[in-house]
Ligand binder design. Sequence first.
Ligand code: FES
Length: 446
Amino acid sequence: MSSSKTPSSTLSAPALKPLKLNSSGLGQSTKPSSPKLSTPKLSFSLGGDSQNTAKSDTTKTFAKPQFTKPKLAALSLGESTANVIKKPAPWSPSTTALILVKREVETHDSMSFTFAAADETLFDFKPGQFVTLAVKIDNKTHYRAYSISSVPQQKQLRLTIKRVPDGLVSNWLADNLNIGDSLSALNIAGQFNSSDCKHKPKLLLISAGCGITPVMSIAKTLLTHDSDTDIEFLHCARDKDNVIFHDEMKTLLAQYRNFNVQLLLENSDGFASFSADENTDSSALSHQTGMVSSDVIQQLYPDLKERTIFLCGPVGFMKAVENIAQESDFDMANFFQESFTPAANNEHQDQISSDASTASVMLHVPDFSVEKEVVQGSSLLEVLENNGVPIIGACRAGVCGSCKCKVTKGSVKSTSTETLTAEEIAQGYVLACSSTVEEDLAVALS
Ligand code: FES
């Protein structure tokens, strides 16, 4: 899903240009001087130079909002039921058609699609999860997993999709899906979510490229429902034209005192004028120039060890951040990550390709009468698809579990077993997208 240039942790510290931009592009505190009505009342003080983006000088004190329980009207059994509001049915992805109600251009190569259901279903999911879409192109159905960028329990569901060079489904959606069109979804899944991943009251969300999608859902959900969570958000992009959700982050920044955003741009030329052109107010985003490195992380987040990290982006970027965390003695029990890099750009897919040799082995899929000679080292998912086996490869990156199948004879080499239980692995289940055919093989889909 994301394919931006891969930063590296081995790079030296960038030339930092800490700036807090106001509407004129000049340095100011990024926080407004008075609290917004919809947020908890806070006392907030900045120490030192307000242009310094390092958080070591920043002190925040959060006062819990005082809630008054509304008085409930007593109901008696004999009351008329004429005004009883019918609850929408719970979301069942496989039986609820998604109808496109809005298309929004986010960047030159990414777009948000907002869907609704005909019966006003409330879309229920865990923030950070993805949905598998079934997309019919030229009479063939393709399955792809896309992270959800909206908040759960709303009547609309938003997916933000980035074009992929030579990609089929993402590009087709961007070019062909119009308002009123409907799509089928298969399921929702994903262990990378803020409901199941137990986290501290302080978070550091880190994303790059289209990896911002699930992270934005996590941020918005926590800000909406848990006003006590202190959220720092670091988003990395190539340049100003590749910042997804720029305006949305500005809105959140202005609205919530317990939310702070920092952009890290490889090239920030023109960023100030970009913000001014957008009629920004005092909530304009703070940014630095450079790539992710240990120095940047230490400077921005001196309280790193007090936080839980949620990370999503291209594989190389995530590896760099993981290395930084480990080198900083970060407790990796508080480190959660997910990559949805497309298969074509995926490190372990490259590894699978490089394993291909000219020797051949036999592939048997008795349920579908397949008995075929295939190249040893081939991707199991690809050889199954190419031979007409109706296997679903939604993420093609070893994280969604849709390509689970059972090896009943022979063995494969696997790079991911992420969604499989120990019991399933012992029974011979593998993820086809993350497995190569190494010897004569018999496979079943269930
Ligand atoms: S296609 Fe998602 S795990 Fe294989």
